[in-house]
Write a protein that binds this ligand. Structure first.
Ligand SMILES: [Zn+2]
Length: 49
């Protein structure tokens, strides 16, 4: 399981083995797109403003 954290504020968003989701950070309200494969975590902030 990988921990996925918000790039902006480091809030823990989810733990998963595999996912491809769009999630809104409850702390900083940024929308984060998380692409999680077996051995690689990639998360990007959708709205950077
Ligand atoms: Zn955040």
């Amino acid at each position: 399981m990988e921990e996925v954290r918000c790039k902006n504020c480091n809030q823990l968003l989810l733990k998963a083995e595999y996912c491809f989701v769009e999630i809104k950070c409850p702390r900083c309200k940024k929308t984060i797109i998380v692409k999680l494969k077996k051995d690689r975590v990639s998360n990007t902030t959708k709205n950077s403003e």
